[in-house]
Design a protein around this ligand. Structure first.
Ligand SMILES: Cc1cc2nc3c(=O)[nH]c(=O)nc-3n(C[C@H](O)[C@H](O)[C@H](O)COP(=O)(O)O)c2cc1C
Length: 184
């Protein structure tokens, strides 16, 4: 009987550690032009004990490039170009198969996901993965940004996602993660 009890305890511990391992397989992929999304990405990765992967445009954006008040700035021209393509330095992650949850974090640009994330979203196979969009913005909501990325990706179990204000505090982010049953 004692042996049986020991076996039950062992099995429970084994199941418990499998749950911990499953949670550890989270990746936070993010693009951040001015640091707000990067900060949220790091908060998420720290809480879920996941990895981060920063999306870096092959041609970096200068602050003039990002000036959305100027109609001839790089972002304004890209915004008006339905065929825009912003290439990344790297659009794939080593061992991508190992992750079962992928957070895709981005700033909102003109109401949608900043398009430097597109290259990553289009070039990876999210089959079998839970994908969670995370936006930051001054005031715009998440809107259709997640759905648009999901249709670009064509694969993956895309969740509703969330939008945080630029400069959101850590507790707001970790409360949200807790509400999704992520454990610290
Ligand atoms: C080109 C551009 C377009 C933006 N468009 C919007 C917008 O439509 N709505 C909004 O609330 N904020 C907008 N913002 C503000 C950013 O979404 C916000 O500052 C975000 O948190 C920046 O994240 P980052 O620091 O990671 O780049 C825009 C910023 C830029 C540079």
């Amino acid at each position: 009987m004692r042996l049986l009890n020991k076996m039950i305890v062992f099995a429970a511990v084994a199941v418990g550690s499998a749950v911990t391992c499953a949670q550890a397989k989270s990746l936070v992929v993010y693009y951040s032009a001015t640091g707000y999304t990067k900060s949220v990405a790091n908060m998420i990765a720290a809480y879920v004990k996941g990895d981060t992967f920063e999306l870096v445009p092959a041609v970096p954006y200068s602050s003039d490039d990002l000036d959305y008040n100027k109609s001839d700035s790089r972002v304004s021209k890209e915004h008006n170009d339905p065929n825009r393509e912003v290439k990344l330095v790297k659009n794939s992650v080593e061992n991508f198969n190992a992750y079962d949850t992928v957070f895709v974090a981005y700033p909102i640009w003109w109401g949608i996901a900043a398009w430097p994330v597109d290259d990553f979203v289009k070039h990876n196979d999210f089959t079998g993965k839970k994908v969670i969009p995370v936006a930051t913005s001054f005031s715009s909501p998440l809107g259709q940004s997640g759905e648009l990325l999901a249709s670009m990706a064509k694969t993956g179990d895309w969740q509703k996602g969330i939008r945080f204000s630029s400069g959101v505090d850590e507790k707001t982010v970790t409360d949200w993660l807790q509400s999704l049953n992520f454990k610290q």
